[in-house]
Design a protein around this ligand. Structure first.
Ligand code: ADP
Ligand code: 5GP
Length: 259
């Protein structure tokens, strides 16, 4: 059975890694492409698990040798997906999930238009700031300048949301995980005729509601909060104060948000 290629993009700190790891606990047969990067490992990251960490020289050598399906520079570092990840998933008949930025996603869509693309948005800038701070804190140190750099980059990335087939707003974690799972199961059903084991109508409804074409009303407050209207829009965030949002209230069942 042909595997499906899923592209997931999101501004840094939106909760993409959390969602992907929850999805992979619940749905089997989804491989994750471990990217190559020139950035240094963060926190508990291990070489070959979250990323393959490498030097700029080695990355350039691989690039020249045509190793990458796509690559991009993000926050001053290089990132790339090896073609081999796709070949291995295809050979195993597995779906493959790429966690890549908006530039890489555009390259993959141009080469493989059949890919399913999913964009994950944080609910608002303040929640994103809290998540960026929490993640940095868990990794040892919060550098506010880095948090604000990622926040201002977030709006630019969100402006590309129209390029994606599905849009998730990661507000309540359990709901966003269920939506991501529904998208994977619905695509397997439509493309491969794979039977959905439980509550198939509900699963298809949830996935359909996440289609970008059905999301305008749902996205309006998020786009407004990030200062994005129409095709253009750059913004300055006007936070009322410097305090964090109580993001944990958003997750009814899990006080501890899994990493
Ligand atoms: P990304 O991979 O998009 O950069 P992470 O998955 O590392 O983001 O999440 C950033 C931080 O936000 C982590 O501390 C994570 O536990 C937290 N987080 C993720 N999703 C939610 C959510 N729905 N509600 C509250 N916190 C969340
Ligand atoms: P981080 O360094 O926070 O893990 O990731 C920073 C950004 O790089 C995220 O938007 C992530 O999706 C993106 N990224 C990670 N791996 C790749 C990759 O292989 N290719 C591209 N284009 N972007 C990647």
């Amino acid at each position: 059975m042909a595997g499906i290629l899923f592209i997931i993009s999101a501004p840094s700190g939106s909760g993409k890694s959390t969602l992907v790891s929850e999805l992979r606990k619940q749905v089997s047969g989804v491989d994750f492409a471990i990217s190559w990067t020139t950035r240094a490992p963060r926190g508990s990251e291990a070489n070959g698990r979250e990323y393959n960490f490498t030097s700029r020289e080695e990355f350039q050598r691989m690039l020249d040798a045509g190793v990458f399906l796509e690559h991009a520079q993000v926050f001053g570092h290089y990132y790339g997906t090896a073609r081999q990840s796709l070949e291995e998933a295809r050979a195993a008949g597995h779906d493959l999930l790429l966690d890549i930025d908006v530039q890489g996603a555009a390259q993959v869509r141009a080469k493989l238009p059949e890919a399913v693309s999913i964009f994950i948005m944080p609910p608002n800038p303040k929640a994103l700031r809290t998540r960026l701070r929490n993640r940095s804190r868990a990794e040892g140190v919060v550098i506010e300048a880095e948090v604000y750099r990622r926040l201002s980059e977030a709006s630019k990335e969100i402006e590309n949301y129209r390029e994606y087939g599905y849009i998730l707003v990661n507000d309540i974690l359990d709901r966003a995980v269920a939506q991501l799972e529904a998208i994977v199961l619905a695509e397997r059903f439509f493309r491969n005729g794979e039977v959905i084991a439980h509550r198939s109508h509900r699963v298809l409804e949830v996935a359909a509601a996440c289609l970008q074409s059905n999301s305008q009303e749902r996205l309006k407050p998020v786009l407004e909060a990030f200062g994005i209207f129409g095709n253009t829009g750059q913004q300055m965030f006007n936070f009322d104060d410097d305090s964090d949002e109580d993001d944990s209230d958003n997750d009814d069942d899990n006080d501890e948000v899994p990493q």
